[in-house]
Design a protein around this ligand. Structure first.
Ligand code: NAD
Length: 248
C-alpha cells in the first residue's frame, strides 16, 4: 500500500532532473503520473517505463508551460487519460543568466514566462478541479536564489520570488477547499541545469553548502512527495528549503 494510492499527479518538467525524480518518487508511493514537458516524446519513453516499473500508470504530454492556452487542455487530457487529478508539481524551469547590464529583453522574458507564468498557468488550470473535488496538493518549485538573490540572476531570482508570492496567495485562496499549496526551494542540485554551469561556478556553489555536498534530485523529490501526503495535511503556504544549509 502506497500513501498516494489512487492519486493522479501532473508533473511539469518531468523529462529531466528534479521533475523526473519527482515523477518517479510519486509513482513509488502509489500515484499515477502524467509528465508534461516541452521535450516529451522520445525523451519521455525511458522515464515512462521507469514509472511503470513502480507499478503506476504513466503518460507523457508535450507542452510549453508558457503557452497559456495549452494548460487547461493538458489538465483535461490528463483527467481523461488517468481518470482524475489530485497533485500538481510544477518543476519546469529554465535559467538565462546575465548581469543586468547585459541581459536582453528576451532573456528576461523567457525566464519570467516559463518559471513564473508557466507556474501560474498550471496552478490556474488545476484550481477549479481541486476546488470542485475539495481536495488537492500543489507543490511549486522556487529556489534559494528567489529568497536571497544571486549575482547574474535578476530574471531567475525575480521569477522564483514571484513563485513564492503566488504560492502563499494561492494557499490562502484554496485553503477552504482543503487544498494544500507549498513551495520547495532547492539549493544547488546536480541536474542537467547545473551541469551547464561553468566549473568554477559549480565549485563555488558546492563550497557554500555546510553539509558539504551538492543535493540530488531525489533529495528534492522526497520533500515534494511528503508535501503531497496526508502526513503533511496541516502544512500550507510554506516555503521549504532543500539546500544542505546553503542559505542559512
Ligand atoms: N538544479 C538546481 O540546482 C535547481 C535549484 C533550484 C531550483 N531549481 C528549479 O528546479 C526546477 C527543475 O530544474 P532542473 O535542475 O531539474 O532542470 P532541468 O533543466 O534538468 O529540467 C527542467 C525540465 O523542464 C523542461 N522545460 C523547460 N522549459 C519548459 C517549458 N517551457 N515547458 C515545459 N517544460 C519545460 C525541460 O525540458 C526539462 O525537462 C526548475 O524550476 C529549476 O529552476 C533547480
Amino acid at each position: 500500500m502506497g500513501e498516494l494510492d489512487g492519486k493522479v499527479a501532473l508533473v511539469t518538467g518531468g523529462c529531466s532532473g528534479i521533475g523526473t525524480a519527482v515523477a518517479l518518487d510519486l509513482a513509488r508511493h502509489g500515484a499515477d503520473v502524467a509528465i508534461v514537458d516541452i521535450l516529451a516524446g522520445e525523451a519521455a519513453k525511458e522515464i515512462l517505463s521507469a514509472i511503470e516499473a513502480q507499478g503506476a500508470r504513466a503518460v507523457a504530454l508535450t507542452a510549453d508551460v508558457a503557452d497559456r492556452q495549452r494548460a487547461p487542455q493538458v489538465v483535461a487530457e490528463v483527467q481523461e487519460m488517468l481518470g482524475g487529478l489530485h497533485i500538481l508539481a510544477t518543476c519546469a524551469g529554465i535559467n538565462r543568466d546575465a548581469v543586468i547590464w547585459k541581459m536582453s529583453p528576451e532573456e528576461w522574458e523567457a525566464v519570467i514566462d516559463v518559471d513564473l507564468s508557466g507556474t501560474f498557468f498550471y496552478c490556474q488550470a488545476v484550481a477549479p478541479v481541486f476546488r470542485e473535488q475539495r481536495y488537492g496538493k500543489i507543490v511549486t518549485v522556487s529556489s534559494i536564489n528567489g529568497l536571497r538573490g544571486k549575482f547574474g540572476q535578476v530574471n531567475y531570482a525575480a521569477a522564483k520570488a514571484g513563485v513564492i508570492g503566488l504560492t502563499k496567495a494561492l494557499a490562502k485562496e484554496l485553503a477552504h477547499s482543503h487544498v494544500n499549496v507549498n513551495a520547495v526551494a532547492p539549493g544547488f542540485i546536480l541536474t542537467p541545469m547545473t551541469a551547464a554551469m561553468p566549473p568554477e561556478a559549480r565549485e563555488a556553489a558546492v563550497a557554500e553548502i555546510p553539509l558539504g555536498r551538492p543535493g540530488s534530485p531525489e533529495d528534492v523529490a522526497a520533500l515534494v512527495t511528503f508535501l503531497c501526503t496526508e502526513r503533511a495535511r496541516h502544512i500550507t503556504g510554506e516555503v521549504i528549503k532543500v539546500d544542505g544549509g546553503q542559505y542559512i
